[in-house]
Design a binder for this molecule. Structure first.
Ligand code: MN
Length: 197
């Protein structure tokens, strides 16, 4: 089984002016595609060939983990955004209010976490089924919290390639833009799936 490039659910120009078409062209069409090609080359004729992407991420290490996890990370990232922030579904709102004082506080915490992270990596909104609460996690490089048994609801790419064309060194402005383009219905889908598992 090959790993395929998931279709973008919005046009490459639809996140402007937050992210330019040129930047998305590189990020989706080049960086993302390169991780997919590299992961496919590494799984060819191995025991990973018949695994789902998530299973590969949970069971691999080294170069395969790095590339497969980056495929999953980017799939989550591009699906975490929408041309306009979507309304927060009730189930997600209840979950947010059970874990933070308000949706605004959640966003402030994501902002703080993402701007404080050193180097390449990711900021995640995760659901911990053991506590029934949301948490914000940062990971370095390709790491994804699903390997710790957490449910990922949203992901924000902090690699410089994700914002440098539009924002250069201004990561904070990029993070602010992300917080105005969250697709909460995507977060809900993963939350509901975790509840019914
Ligand atoms: Mn990226």
């Amino acid at each position: 089984m090959s790993i395929f490039l998931p279709e973008l659910k919005y046009g490459l120009d639809k996140l402007e002016p937050f992210l330019s078409q040129r930047a998305l062209d590189f990020h989706y069409g080049k960086h993302f595609v390169n991780y997919i090609n590299a992961a496919n080359a590494l799984i060819k004729d191995t025991e990973f060939d018949n695994m789902s992407l998530r299973a590969i991420v949970k069971n691999s290490d080294g170069a395969l983990f790095n590339n497969a996890a980056q495929v999953l990370n980017h799939e989550i990232f591009f699906n975490s955004m929408a041309p306009q922030e979507t309304a927060m579904p009730e189930s997600v709102r209840d979950l947010v209010l059970g874990s933070f004082n308000s949706a605004e506080e959640l966003k402030e915490q994501i902002f703080k976490s993402a701007t404080a992270h050193f180097g390449s990596g990711w900021t995640w909104l995760v659901y911990d089924a053991a506590t029934g609460k949301l948490e914000i996690r940062n990971t370095g490089n390709a790491a994804n919290p699903i390997t710790e048994g957490l449910v990922v609801l949203l992901g924000l790419d902090l690699w410089e390639h994700s914002y440098y064309l539009d924002y250069q060194n201004r990561r904070a402005d990029y993070v602010k833009g992300f917080l105005e383009h969250i697709d909460w219905s995507y977060a809900e889908r993963h939350y509901v799936r975790a509840l019914t598992r």
